[in-house]
Ligand binder design. Structure first.
Ligand SMILES: Nc1ncnc2c1ncn2[C@@H]1O[C@H](COP(=O)(O)OP(=O)(O)OP(=O)(O)O)[C@@H](O)[C@H]1O
Length: 441
């Protein structure tokens, strides 16, 4: 069984996984004949340094497109380019299409051909655990290997992944495996703090720097001295603060708001985002130079739907964490487990953890939720409610509605609570209360 402590330490998985390289060739256009091969699962094309294929064609955007393997096929994703990406007769702008290789792609005045390259091996973690992260799927074991390698150095890392995929745990694991592990791990959620307060949270302020600044306040750069500074939701950093952060990282010094003294910083910066910062660079909402500073290494945390073979392992882990010794199969039965594995999990591992915890609390699988009777109900829904008093029936329908509404709202907002509250014009703390009430937080 996956979840037992012994199995988390096993080393029999091996430390390499087979991989097939991707090759891109310019078959028409100003740079015809140029070709690049990458050993990674993905390949990027654009005019900015940092792409695998860097082109000079002016009709191409800085980060124009990405080709990523998805099992037997590849996904071609346009990264919000100005002129779009054409695959056959389909024109993509800020969207993706799944195709088989080889494929011809037209970008600006250039035609590319992407094809399979040679077979090779890539490094993989030999265990199904890395820090507090669990994962046995190839993309997770490959992530664990990169994470462990990058942890040893001081390199800034950008962690990219959908909400609830475990980005904060990745940052924490980097810190714990780094030479700075005895220092502090300080988190700043750039999306949760009002832009007016963000400068002071980052750099601190002196007493009297502004109305209400009654005493000196140390910012996260100073509090993380000797350790790791985790800048969560870095894509939400307002443009007016981006030059100040860039300056601090370039000079290795900060100045508190209202202060004159320059203070040397000693932090390793790990940042995270659910947004594709390259698309934000194309849109000019994120500075290219700041992107380069933060994303010296990018680690992508795959969504749960791309690693369904991890679902069972994670369920076992969450059961053990909740003190339940029964195995997932005994508890839920095969059919329900199969539904857990087939579910799309838009809220990723966080949603799965909530579903497992709710299942334990309710004593029945909480994956049934999607199929609960609708609030508008049919005659049958109302008929069933006639068994109850009006008051109880009303309370039951309301609770049902709340749960379905909050879940749908969070899914629409990619499980970003702040965004969800804004979408529903609802107070954030009220939304958090509703999430707690319905086992969604
Ligand atoms: N691979 C994993 N193994 C075990 N637990 C995980 C894993 N990934 C995520 N979790 C759990 O899922 C929850 C969400 O993880 P985390 O907060 O790290 O996600 P995130 O990507 O930072 O989310 P957000 O973008 O919303 O801040 C946490 O409870 C975390 O412990």
């Amino acid at each position: 069984m996956y979840g037992s402590n012994d199995s988390t330490e096993r080393t029999s998985l091996g430390d390499a996984l087979p991989i097939r390289s991707l090759r891109v060739v310019v078959i028409a256009g100003p740079e015809q004949g140029v070709a690049v091969t990458t050993e990674e699962e993905s390949l990027r094309v654009g005019t900015a340094e940092g792409n695998d294929l860097v082109l000079a064609d002016r009709t191409i955007s800085r980060f124009h497109l990405e080709v990523r393997r998805t099992g037997a096929a590849v996904e071609v994703r346009d990264l919000g380019s100005t002129n779009g990406t054409r695959v056959g007769r389909v024109r993509l702008v800020d969207t993706a299409v799944e195709v088989e290789l080889p494929v011809e792609i037209v970008v600006g005045a250039t035609t590319l051909r992407v094809e399979d390259g040679a077979f090779g091996m890539r490094e993989a973690h030999a265990q199904i655990r890395c820090g507090d992260l669990f994962g046995a799927s190839p993309p997770m074991r490959s992530l664990f290997a990169s994470l462990t390698k990058v942890a040893a150095r001081a390199t800034p890392v950008l962690v990219h992944g959908e909400s609830g995929t475990g980005k904060e745990l990745v940052a924490r694991a980097i810190h714990d495996a780094s030479p700075r592990h005895r220092g502090p791990f300080v988190v700043l959620d750039c999306g949760a703090i009002s832009p007016a307060l963000l400068a002071s949270e980052l750099f601190g302020h002196e007493k009297g720097a502004f109305t209400g600044a009654e005493r000196r306040h140390l910012g996260v750069f100073e509090r993380a001295r000797g350790g790791t500074l985790f800048l969560d939701e870095i894509g939400e950093l307002p443009s007016e603060l981006q030059p100040a952060l860039l300056g601090a990282l370039e000079r290795g010094r900060i100045r508190r708001v209202g202060g004159a003294e320059e203070i040397a910083i000693d932090v390793r910066v790990v940042s995270a985002t659910h947004r594709d910062l390259r698309a934000e660079v194309n849109r000019n909402t994120f500075r290219l130079d700041l992107y380069y500073r933060l994303a010296v290494v990018t680690l992508r945390v795959p969504p749960l739907r791309e690693r369904r073979d991890d679902v069972r392992l994670l369920i076992e882990h969450f059961l053990r964490s909740a003190g339940v010794e029964t195995s997932a199969e005994e508890l839920f039965g095969r059919d329900t487990l199969a539904r857990f594995e087939a579910h799309a999990w838009p809220g990723n591992v966080r949603e799965l953890r909530n579903a497992v915890e709710a299942s334990i609390a309710l004593g029945e699988p909480a994956i049934e939720i999607d199929e609960a009777p609708g609030v508008d109900g049919g005659a049958t829904g109302v008929d069933a409610l006639l068994e109850l008093s009006y008051r109880d029936a009303r309370a039951r329908l309301l609770a049902d509605f709340e749960q379905r509404y909050v879940r749908a709202l969070l899914e629409r907002a990619e499980w970003n609570v702040r965004r969800a509250a804004r979408l529903a014009s609802m107070d954030r703390s009220y939304l958090i209360d509703l999430m707690k009430k319905h086992g969604l937080s």
